[in-house]
Design a protein around this ligand. Sequence first.
Ligand code: PEP
Length: 249
Amino acid sequence: MRKPLIAGNWKMNGSLELLETMKQALTSAQVSSSVEVAIIPPFTLLMSAGRTLSDSAIRLGAQTLHPEPSGAFTGEVSASMLTECGVSHVLAGHSERRTLFGEDDQAVLARVTAALDAGMTPILCVGETLEEREADRVETVVLGQVKTVIDALSASQRSRLVIAYEPVWAIGTGRTATPEQAQQVHAMIRSWLSDKDPALGEGMRLLYGGSMKADNAAELLSQPDIDGGLIGGASLKPDDFIAICHAAG
Ligand code: PEP
């Protein structure tokens, strides 16, 4: 049985005030304990968030990390710095990192490995652009991104990974993949994982991300191979985020 995960990626948004409001709203909403909930605020909020959330079941995530443990990497943050803040989850390969910051599959793999070595749960983000979808390249692109990481990890490392399928054309655009489109890609990823190792396919949590909102979450989350959501815009609005969390329970 895969425990659904709803993770809110705040991107370069949010404040101490939103952190407090979100924590209080999530706590009083009494989201089912069968759902794992994580918020992923920007670096500047992580230390406070670790303290604020320490008496709750809400997990704390980071949006990226640098693969090296320390050194002359101005502006970067290492895995151990994140764990010191109480971070348990970290995104790797979000499409904004891939396109705006030039992270290729090898850079993503290095980040996944650093996160695993530090005991964190990496959320590996994969997904095709509109151009790639229209050129019938979804399978090649998405499985290529998955394969680079999975093939480089040991069996025990793989079992600690979460994968988020985020079609790039649906991120922040208001254009959501239909439940059928999303399910099709999720089933394809799971089938590839199962061919490699049946237990891996059965156990891997596959999240959908891309304009998931309060009014479309239930249908997306009811698909057999969708085990949760990575939420951008709607994760900044406590009522909407809570509605999505409830839809997962
Ligand atoms: C995201 O950034 O991962 C995302 C899914 O954003 P949005 O929900 O705003 O499309």
